[in-house]
Design a protein around this ligand. Structure first.
Ligand code: 9MR
Length: 376
């Protein structure tokens, strides 16, 4: 842990030395002010931001956003790397940061097939645990984590990415060992640990018709059991040519018609060509860097930047149109250099997926989004 913090510190000092502090307000307003009364506008926080080592990043976060989600530190492999041994240092800092800045604090994520520690699913002989044991481990993890932040974390991504693009169940360890019940059980355990907290189902590529229908079925099955579910999180990892705004709207309306809120939980817009057709956000996709796959290594061509800006505006126009249904829009990171898109599905590329550039400056799109709010 000490080594990690030292590395974080050195990186942060370098970042700050490279760029002088500049104020990132636009049009005498900010995203948070402009979208007030429409929906919460949030961002994901990485470790440097949580520990307030990335001071320029923190300045953008506190000026521009009113909701936060932890990009990584609340995933189960970090919170409980060994059975019964919880590490809450970073998660505690994250929650304290949100409270100090009066932000809507989301927890991410309680049950996810990825980034779960291996021990979770196996017994002392390395065999799959029994159904009862996995339910007990899930209960214990959820109860410990949710109770710790009871009344402070306002909403939880309870289950992440359980449905495949074709609408079928993901064959995760949770599904194979427990069966479909793992989802309602997770929602039940989270609700018991904090009855006031909002509870969400969160997934990517939700604009794919078959996947949308799969999620609709899942939400209905939770509701039919009388369990609390407040919203569907449409992650919103967008490409330049997919999905269309119309496809996204269709899914948004399908979820909303179930009587739950919709949240755009992990918004970013890659400008890089999709590699081998990988869209979405299946984190297991993992390819080595090749220079020819990295067309904008130095800068982004003006026409691509404009296309990206227009596409961001089109999506935000949609979110504003449905602001009665959309409770939050959260960007998956602050500046382009923070974005996971630089490493997925090919490592080490240079992407430009977010609203603030590598120099911590707002892109012109920020001003355009602020103007857009005045038109609606
Ligand atoms: O952005 C996150 C990246 O830093 C991590 O390496 C990765 C694996 O834990 O997860 C990324 O965030 C994912 C999120 O937790 C769930 N939806 C897809 C996101 C992008 O992969």
């Amino acid at each position: 842990m000490k080594v990690l913090q030292k590395t974080l510190l050195i990186t942060a000092v370098c970042c700050c030395a490279l760029t002088a502090c500049k104020k990132s307000t636009v049009e005498n307003s900010t995203l948070a002010k402009a979208f007030a009364g429409k929906f919460l506008i949030g961002t994901a926080l990485n470790s440097l931001q949580i520990f307030e080592l990335d001071t320029l990043g923190v300045q953008i976060i506190t000026e521009q956003f009113n909701a936060i989600v932890p990009e990584n530190c609340m995933k189960s492999m970090y919170l409980q790397p060994e059975e019964g041994k919880f590490f809450f240092d970073e998660a505690d800092e994250y929650v304290a940061f949100g409270e100090a800045n009066n932000m809507w604090i989301t927890g991410h994520c309680l049950v996810w097939h990825s980034q779960a520690p291996q021990w979770f699913f196996i017994d002392e002989n390395g065999n799959d645990v029994s159904r009862e044991m996995l339910i007990e481990r899930m209960r214990s993890h959820i109860t410990t984590v949710v109770s710790r932040y009871r009344g402070r974390i306002k909403g939880w991504d309870v289950v992440n990415e359980a449905i495949m693009d074709d609408g079928s169940w993901r064959q995760s360890k949770f599904y194979r060992i427990i069966g479909e019940d793992f989802i309602p059980l997770a929602f039940q355990f989270a609700h018991e640990a904090d009855p006031e907290a909002e509870l969400y189902y969160n997934d990517y590529s939700t604009a794919i018709e078959a996947k949308c229908q799969g999620i609709v079925g899942l939400v209905k099955s939770i509701q039919e059991k009388g369990l609390r579910i407040d919203a569907v999180g449409m992650q919103g990892h967008l490409n330049m040519d997919s999905p269309t705004v119309e496809e996204f709207e269709k899914s948004l309306l399908a979820f909303s018609s179930l009587g739950v809120k919709v949240m755009v939980t992990e918004l970013d817009l890659t400008v890089l060509p999709a590699f081998r057709g990988f869209t979405g956000a299946d984190v297991s996709a993992n390819f080595d860097f090749k220079a020819e796959l990295n067309p904008y290594s130095d800068s982004i061509p003006a026409e691509i930047a404009l296309q990206q800006q227009n596409r961001y505006i089109d999506f935000f126009r949609l979110f504003l149109k449905h602001h009665d249904k959309v409770s939050r829009v959260t960007l998956w990171g602050v500046t382009d250099k923070d974005s996971w898109r630089n490493d997925w599905p090919v490592h080490g590329r240079t992407d430009y997926a977010l609203l603030f550039d590598r120099e911590y400056q707002p892109k012109p799109v920020v001003g355009e989004l602020i103007k857009l709010t005045k038109q609606n």
